[in-house]
Design a protein around this ligand. Structure first.
Ligand code: SME
Length: 133
């Protein structure tokens, strides 16, 4: 099984087991371009397969290298809407040898669902994923 399929499996496990994880995807830096590209996901297909650095929550994490927890997407002005049902989002950068090479992005249809435990858990998921890249 290739990496893309294995990551799709990770997305599906998270999306189907955690009630407030409604869309789960992995974006990675797209070669030398200043943009992210969607590699694997679970949930509804999105139009936003390419996201320029700095744009939206994902693009901001590509440059900040920091976790971004959004309890209410309506309160964000630099936000890319993927679905009208999304109320909250969490994006956790994925590091390989200290370099931010991508991220896990989760959308929720529940308002303000993400806690510090989600951050710790998703950091751990990303550490495990980094080992299979
Ligand atoms: N909402 C994200 C775009 C990706 S979708 O959630 C799948 C953002 O603002 O970067």
């Amino acid at each position: 099984m290739d990496v893309k399929d294995r990551l799709t499996g990770v997305c599906e496990v998270l999306e189907s087991n955690i009630p407030y994880y409604d869309w789960v995807g992995f974006y990675f830096k797209n070669g030398d371009k200043e943009e992210l590209k969607l590699k694997s996901f679970a949930g509804e297909p999105t139009d936003h397969e390419i996201i320029p650095f700095g744009k939206g929550i994902c693009g901001q994490v590509a440059v900040s290298n920091k976790n971004f927890v959004v309890p209410d997407v309506k309160a964000q002005n630099n936000y890319i809407a993927c679905s009208i049902h999304v109320k909250a989002e969490i994006v956790i950068p994925l590091f390989v040898n200290g370099e931010n090479i991508g991220q896990i992005d989760i959308d929720s249809h529940t308002a303000d669902p993400f806690s510090h435990e989600d951050e710790i858990f998703l950091q751990w998921v990303n550490e495990k994923v980094a080992e299979i890249l």
